[in-house]
Design a protein around this ligand. Structure first.
Ligand code: NAD
Length: 398
């Protein structure tokens, strides 16, 4: 993911006429912190926080608890975050953090201890006007609430603006849960209009987690011309050209079921999903889902990167050569960080907005951002992915 992000920055920077020095400045991180967390049972975990760029505002980025977390992953995600906040047009920078741990192996008490010790290790480097963390993979509102409490004890700060993704009772924002999926719908709707791709628009979706499920559920309510024809989770999934009900799929997932168990169509594997002949393929699961190994199989007209880094650089080059449009992660999934910023803003101003107001603000930011990316694509003769990086670069170079 780091390699892909850096290659795109270098390629687009060159096309825009930036000097090598300017490009390297965009790639370099401002600060990198790592430390060991020891729990009272004697177990040790490696913890990280990478602060990539704060020229446009306080650093902003999630915290991931996962066994595969390492410096390169955190660097890549911090870099993408700076470009994401810049494309979205919000006054924040980019950072990311994580702990190399499998949280499913920890008791609730150990998880709380780990979360509080993560904050203690970073207390001098985070805060409402320095670096504002949020949840990411395997972290949630409960973990963030523990972290805010720890930060308040250490700093005396009572604004709740030190973290976003808090529970509603603790200063969280309405609309945050659905924000990334909803944001993906707004971006896709705008791009389809601009490319004159009209309904019925067939969609295949990889990943039925937080992002993918909200995308499908909200789209079913608000986009009658879109037809979900295939969906997978880590077990595989189903394909039905007549269409699938997102609500039905979600009800099954909520009871602990797997999509592949449903008898609503033909069983498919994740590889099969990637090669389906659909208008739009949505990648909402993992990084590197499409690479040079399977990019040739793609038949979709357009791919929406709802996950972070789901296409490798080499996979992307193959798709670009075939004329497949790729709506990049830094635009497609920026709804999450936009609403995180709105949460921070509400905390700072001691306000609590209605969900309607949050969604309206999200819509405004994303319609504008998508328009700017599309205009840049036409003006500089770039792909959509390069254009999103170009818009961000123009806002990040000094
Ligand atoms: P999640 O853990 O809730 O969901 C991930 C989903 O992917 C699960 O349904 C899982 O079964 C599925 N999956 C795992 N391996 C798979 C495979 N091989 N094939 C198909 N599906 C597979 O995570 P999430 O919060 O939905 O995040 C998904 C992606 O979106 C991540 O890259 C994350 O960084 C990114 N993202 C999330 C947010 C957010 O607000 N949650 C914001 C921006 C970006």
């Amino acid at each position: 993911m780091l390699d892909t992000a850096q290659k795109l920055i270098r390629k687009t920077g060159k096309k825009l006429g930036l000097s090598n020095e300017q490009v390297e400045e965009l790639i370099n991180t401002d600060a990198e912190h790592n430390f060991e967390i020891q729990l009272s049972d004697g177990s040790n975990y490696k913890a990280y926080r990478v602060q990539h760029n704060n020229r446009r505002g306080p650093y902003k980025g999630g915290i991931r608890f996962h066994p595969q977390v390492d410096y390169d992953e955190v660097r890549a995600l911090a870099t993408l975050m700076s470009f994401k906040t810049a494309v979205a047009g919000i006054p924040m920078g980019g950072s990311k953090g994580g702990v190399s741990v499998d949280p499913r192996q920890l008791s609730k008490e150990a998880l709380e201890e780990l979360s509080r010790k993560y904050v203690r290790g970073l207390k001098d480097h985070i805060g409402p006007d320095k670096d504002v963390p949020a949840p990411d993979v395997n972290t949630n509102a409960q973990i963030i609430d523990w972290m805010v409490d720890e930060y308040e004890k250490l700093s005396g700060d009572k604004t709740k603006a030190s973290f976003t993704g808090k529970s509603l009772e603790n200063g969280g924002s309405l609309g945050r849960d659905a924000a990334t999926g909803r944001g993906g719908i707004i971006v896709l709707r705008e791009i389809l209009n601009k490319l004159s791709i009209s309904g019925p628009v067939t969609i295949a979706l990889q990943g039925w987690g937080n992002v993918g499920s909200f995308f499908a559920l909200v789209a079913e309510q608000e986009q009658p011309d879109w037809k979900l024809v295939a969906a997978t989770d880590s077990s595989g999934g189903i394909y039905n050209p007549e269409g699938l009900s997102a609500k039905e799929l979600n009800n099954h997932k909520k009871t602990g079921g797997k999509l592949a168990e449903l008898k609503l169509g033909k069983s498919i594997s994740n590889e099969h999903l990637i090669g389906l002949e659909v208008d739009v393929l949505i990648l909402a699961a993992l990084e590197d889902a499409v690479s040079d190994k399977n990019a040739d199989a793609l038949k979709a007209k357009l791919v929406l990167e709802l996950a972070n880094g789901p296409i490798t650089y080499e996979g992307y080059e193959k798709m670009a050569a075939k004329g497949i449009h790729v709506v990049p992660d830094i635009l497609a999934n920026s709804g999450g960080v936009i609403v995180s910023y709105l949460e921070w803003l509400q905390n700072k101003n001691h306000e609590h907005w209605s969900e309607e107001k949050v969604n309206k603000e999200l819509e405004n930011y994303l319609v504008k951002a998508t328009d700017e990316v599309y205009e840049s694509m036409k003006k500089h003769n770039l792909t959509l992915k390069e254009a999103a990086f170009a818009v961000a670069i123009s806002r990040l170079v000094s």
